[in-house]
Design a protein around this ligand. Structure first.
Ligand code: GLA
Length: 354
């Protein structure tokens, strides 16, 4: 008994220092031999020094939640709005944080003016492509010193079962077919050169039907259009009920046959049933009981186990926002690893103790 007590005391002495050191370690340190761990940030974070402190402690990759989107930086022909975009880029520069540029071509928050003339009539295809090319070259040039990956095209594939037509019927697709995807990748490759990863990014990317469509499209881009697509971004707007770790595992296993890089680009795990992208979420939370919290941690734990298994192809896992205080889902969805007071939740411990 006495011996046990002495042993316990000695152990406490020995681990005491390292435990408090661990408090200062962040996700980026825990995962340094696996992949980068990043987060999406917005202007709001710059009014909260404690957010910036957390970001610097935990993360080593940055995505702008909105400020680098096409419609934000380039709202009209010849008009560029670099305000928020530069604040984020300069934060990266000052702190030596690499940037994922998000995004160049997406049907939402897009610079729709590129498609029309002053009378509102559609411009010829080559005018649209020249404008898109100019946009891509300008933004890539401005941030080329910090960009390591680009979400070149966002959300171009359709949701639904096996029988839907593969592409999302967006204004871009209806007008240009899948050629707009190829052009965006071609311009991004010309602008960014070989050292920056060019990513196709989508949600529900672990769905068994949609993942097949994403796979087929990327294959077609590479083999038929002859453009470079380096990686697939799985957004990862998940919930505590799904997708299962097995579904995520199978999607990665399929994608790695066609690309060498996979990134989880917008990870969060909400505690209600909704899944999906921009237009398909609710602000409705659920009562967050201990059981729900346990499921939340377990979903994160299981996902990160899969991520670690595929560390040879996964180069970054990015959380969509810093904490539950600033999540796009609102705190009632309990989505992230840090609560409203920026404290680490159980899910944090679930993914860092392995
Ligand atoms: C999509 C987009 C992101 C963001 C989220 C919602 O997933 O890719 O840029 O707009 O929706 O915040």
């Amino acid at each position: 008994m006495v011996f046990r007590k002495i042993l316990f005391f000695l152990l406490m002495m020995m681990t005491g220092g390292s435990l408090s050191a661990q408090e200062n370690l962040g996700l980026k340190d825990v995962y340094k031999d696996y992949f980068k761990v990043g987060c999406a940030i917005n202007m709001g974070n710059f009014y909260h020094p404690e957010d910036l402190e957390l970001i610097l402690r935990e993360y080593n990759s940055i995505t702008a939640e909105n400020d680098h989107k096409t419609g934000m930086v380039h709202p009209r022909e010849g008009v560029w709005n670099w305000q928020g975009a530069d604040v984020i880029a300069n934060f990266c520069r000052e702190n030596h944080l690499p940037l994922r540029l998000h995004n160049l071509c997406w049907h939402a928050q897009f610079a729709d003016w590129m498609m029309y003339d002053e009378q509102g009539n559609p411009v010829p295809d080559e005018v649209f492509y020249a404008r898109l090319r100019d946009h891509i070259f300008t933004i890539v040039d401005r941030y080329r010193d910090i960009i390591y990956a680009i979400d070149v095209v966002n959300e171009a594939m359709a949701d639904g079962g096996p029988d839907v037509q593969p592409y999302r019927p967006s204004k871009l697709y209806e007008r240009f077919g899948d050629e707009f995807i190829a052009k965006a990748f071609q311009f991004a490759a010309e602008a960014a050169g070989p050292d920056v990863l060019l990513i196709y990014n989508d949600y529900n990317a672990a769905d068994r039907f949609k993942s097949q469509r994403i796979f087929n499209m990327v294959k077609k881009m590479k083999e038929e259009y002859g453009v470079r697509v380096d990686g697939i971004g799985m957004q990862g707007h998940y919930n505590i009920y799904g997708p299962s770790a097995a579904e995520v595992d199978s999607a990665i296993t399929m994608y790695r046959r066609i690309v060498d890089h996979i990134q989880f680009t917008e990870l969060d795990v909400r505690v209600n049933m909704e899944m999906g992208g921009q237009l398909q979420f609710s602000q409705k939370g659920e009562e967050i009981t201990d059981e729900v919290k346990a499921r939340h941690s377990e979903q994160y734990r299981a996902l990160f186990e899969v991520f670690r298994k595929h560390r040879d192809v996964i180069d970054c896992v990015t959380f969509w926002n810093v904490s539950d205080r600033d999540s796009w889902l609102t705190s009632s969805n309990y989505p992230l690893l840090f609560d409203k007071a920026l404290q680490r939740k159980d899910a944090y411990r679930a993914i860092t103790s392995f």
